[in-house]
Structures are given as structure tokens and as C-alpha cells.
Design a protein around this ligand. Structure first.
Ligand SMILES: [Zn+2]
Length: 125
């Protein structure tokens, strides 16, 4: 059944085409999401990351990227790998007590049935 992750908006099938179960884990924040977080002041850099970000910004100003190429700021942000708030991770955590059920790493904001028409891009067989 198609599900939509409420944390990241990702749509996925809980069973893959080969019959294996799929355990969703939210991807890290995208470059666009990181830029929005910087503007909203919800992303805090370490001192070293702030220095690297400032250096990338200064380098972009001093030598603007050619059309169609990534800026140094984009390249820096792409490499940050920042987890989103309320990240969902369905990978299994084994129980410490055999009488208890296994749990997922993090529920995040949960999942909901995927909206109708979300099969766009699926391969027909
Ligand atoms: Zn997700």
C-alpha cells in the first residue's frame, strides 16, 4: 500500500516490487530546505561549519559560478547531511527483552495513505 511520510512528504510502497518490505527513512534536508532554514534562523552551524559557509559565500561573491553550475554555497550545503526535524526512520530496533515487540528507530510525524494519483512515475509491467 502506498504511504506518504508526513515528516518529509515522501511517497513509498511498504512492499517493494520484488516482495521485500521497505522501511522508509527520511532523507537529509535538501539544499533548498537548508537555505530556507538559514533564512528562518532554524539551522545552527558549528563554528567550523559557519566559517566554511562564510568562506563559500565569499568565494561565490568573488568569483560567481558560471551559468548552469552549482555555487560553492550549494556544494557546501549539499555535503552537510543534516537530518530533518522529526525524521522518520522505520528501520527496526531489536527488542532488548524477547517478550517485547521490535520497534522502529523513530516514528517522526507518522505516515498517512498516499494521495490518489501518486502512482505517477511507476513502471507498468
Ligand atoms: Zn520521510
Amino acid at each position: 500500500m502506498k504511504q506518504q511520510c508526513i515528516s518529509c512528504g515522501g511517497i513509498f510502497d511498504d512492499v517493494q516490487r520484488d516482495g521485500m518490505q521497505y522501511f522508509h527513512a527520511c532523507p537529509p534536508l535538501s539544499v533548498a530546505e537548508l537555505k530556507a532554514a538559514i533564512v528562518a534562523k532554524t539551522l545552527t552551524f558549528t563554528a567550523a561549519a559557519q566559517a566554511a559557509y562564510d568562506a563559500a559565500k565569499a568565494a561565490d561573491v568573488a568569483s560567481p559560478p558560471a551559468a548552469g553550475t552549482s555555487s560553492r554555497v550549494d556544494a557546501f550545503l549539499f555535503g552537510l547531511n543534516v537530518d530533518r526535524p522529526n525524521k522518520r526512520d522505520e528501520n527496526i530496533v531489536p527488542p532488548t527483552d524477547a517478550s517485547k515487540p521490535a520497534t522502529i528507530k523513530s516514528a517522526g510525524k507518522g505516515v498517512q495513505p498516499a494521495p490518489a494519483g501518486s502512482d505517477v512515475g511507476a513502471t507498468a509491467v
